[in-house]
Design a protein around this ligand. Structure first.
Ligand code: F6P
Length: 541
């Protein structure tokens, strides 16, 4: 048995679980109407109501004991302090330095990283202002109208999600596009609407060795040259964001057109760095800094608030409670804000690439569940797609409802309807509907019909959900929301004693893809593949 499962705090939760598992939240709210006032926390422009969870005051205390026992606070301080907590790659984890406005130094490997961070931020400002203001022009002297970001994973999802989310703040006449998939139709389709003389490509790749990105970048360069772009003007139309300046230069991007990031920024935590360049160009550097400030406010909350009123800690512990004690395997993110349509995809990488691990920090296989399956969709569309399963399916899927009081749309009635739907879904998930209530609703029907339909119309309820509320989705509140989930993932990784900052599984996938590509192109694989793969390759050749 692992040290974690054997531990005092874990065993106490196991012992406590039977006393909670069959209790219904509906009864708790009936006997304790003030429940919501105990289970809420505010931070950085967000209000979390977590009263609709299957917890008692004792559960919360026991979960907090688990966090203390796991050393969440000391690992957190080590992360902010620049220790190499990514021990398998021997790297510090310092995305928080990219949004550090405290004026204090942040040390990594004995060096204060803040001067480099500020210098790169100044370069981002100069460049984004030049593009937005028309000082940076295409080869024919025309203003840039289209930004095409080429990247994948963290070099795509973060800036893409944020650009969509902050679309109401985007500069008119300047479109941002995101090419990630190596499926040639992706880039082809986007380039169909662009003109070489007014298009700026950003090649975003921390390693500058990702197959998909490099192939798309080559396709973009070929398109540019074939459609009249002069060879000598590549520097006006192609810039790179990378920590591998050598490979970017070999690709043909001059040092002056390269923006830097560092090995202490993980790909999925990199939107705060120069990887955020499309965001800075789209909404302007001032707004980009508001996003960073919002994240910094959440960092400060996470760093300083006591565990019991610490929003990321609370969210993380609730997740552990369901994942490890109730055995609920998945988790849904349900933003009731149209611009956050990509948030579930983005958080899939944050969460599943970080905590999809089965070896603990000491190199032992774990005997408990780690990262959940994260998925979701935007409300109200999701209600008409998968909510049926949430309400009446056999699986229980805890969820986060993300709601802004004010929308960006001009129709206040629609905003009220949107918010009403979110609240109604949470209410129904929690209360359910008894057979007696179902029968009452059908009083106009014959008794036999009522009896027949009642089981179909009954809802068990008792389905957990969190409400995350903000006044309005702004750069600042969005920054805080993203940082909230980053820290939630951190806390869960700390409790499960895994390294949330490597991704060996994905790296290996990249390696095998090279072998198979070689087999497809030349007929002989560059490494061993199974007979199953050989026959697939034969069929596809
Ligand atoms: O998806 C795996 C991954 O390694 C991510 O962590 C990273 O964000 C992505 O590939 C892209 O890598 P790069 O920025 O080096 O091209």
């Amino acid at each position: 048995m692992s040290t974690l499962v054997n531990s005092k705090a874990w065993q106490a939760l196991l012992k406590h679980y039977p006393s909670v598992k069959d209790q219904h939240m509906r009864q708790w709210f009936e006997t304790d109407p003030r429940r919501e006032q105990r289970f809420n926390v505010s931070a950085a422009g967000w209000y979390l109501d977590y009263s609709k969870n299957r917890i008692t005051d004792e559960t919360l205390e026991l979960l907090l004991d688990l966090a203390r026992q796991a050393g969440v606070e000391s690992l957190r301080d080590r992360m902010f302090g620049g220790d190499k907590i990514n021990h398998t790659e021997e790297r510090a984890v310092l995305h928080t330095a990219l949004r550090n406005f405290s004026g204090k130094p942040v040390m990594a490997g004995g060096q204060d990283v803040m001067p480099m961070v500020s210098a790169e931020r100044r370069r981002l400002r100069d460049f984004s202002e030049a593009v937005r203001g028309g000082k940076w022009r295409g080869y024919g002297g025309q203003q840039i109208t289209d930004i095409v970001n080429i990247g994948i994973g963290g070099s795509d999802l973060g800036p893409h999600m944020v650009c969509d989310a902050l679309q109401p703040y985007a500069q008119r006449g300047l479109k941002t596009h995101f090419v990630s998939n190596v499926d040639g139709y992706h880039i082809h389709h986007i380039l169909e609407s662009c003109r070489p003389e007014t298009t700026l490509f950003i090649i975003s790749s921390k390693t500058f060795s990702t197959q998909e990105t490099l192939n798309n970048a080559r396709a973009a360069r070929a398109w540019f040259l074939e459609n009249g772009g002069p060879e000598g003007s590549i520097d006006k139309h192609f810039v790179a964001v990378t920590s591998n300046n050598k490979l970017a230069a070999e690709f043909g991007i001059s040092p002056a057109a390269q923006f830097s990031m560092w090995d202490w920024v993980g790909g999925r935590y990199s939107l705060w760095s120069a990887i955020g360049l499309p965001i800075a160009i789209s909404i302007g550097m001032d707004r980009f800094e508001e996003l960073l400030r919002g994240a910094h406010a959440m960092d400060e909350h996470f760093r300083t608030a006591p565990l019991k009123s610490n929003m990321p800690v609370i969210l993380a512990l609730l997740g552990v409670w369901y994942n490890n004690f109730f055995g609920y395997e998945s988790f849904a993110i349900l933003p009731y804000i149209q611009q956050l349509e990509l948030l579930p995809n983005y958080l899939q990488q944050t969460d599943m690439e970080s905590n999809g691990k089965r070896i603990d920090r000491e190199g032992r296989e774990v005997d408990y569940e780690t990262g959940p399956i994260l998925w979701g969709g935007v409300g109200t569309n999701a209600q008409h797609a998968f909510f049926q399963l949430l309400h009446q399916g056999t699986k229980i899927i805890p969820s986060d409802f993300i709601i802004a009081r004010q929308g960006h749309g001009p129709y206040s009635q629609q905003q009220r309807m949107l918010v009403a739907n979110a609240v109604a879904q949470m209410e129904t998930l929690m209360t359910g509907k008894t057979a007696a209530e179902a029968r009452r609703e059908m009083s106009a029907l014959p008794a036999g019909r009522q009896e027949f339909l009642a089981p179909y119309k009954e809802f068990a309820g008792n389905k957990p959900s969190n409400a995350l509320l903000t006044e309005k989705l702004t750069p600042e509140t969005l920054g805080a929301l993203i940082a909230l989930y980053e820290h939630k993932v951190f806390v869960q990784g700390a409790v499960w004693n895994i390294n949330s900052y490597d991704q060996w599984g994905v790296e290996y996938g990249k390696q095998v893809a090279q072998t198979v590509l070689q087999a497809l192109e030349s007929g002989t694989a560059g490494g061993p593949v199974s007979s199953s793969t050989r026959s697939l390759v034969e069929r596809l050749k």
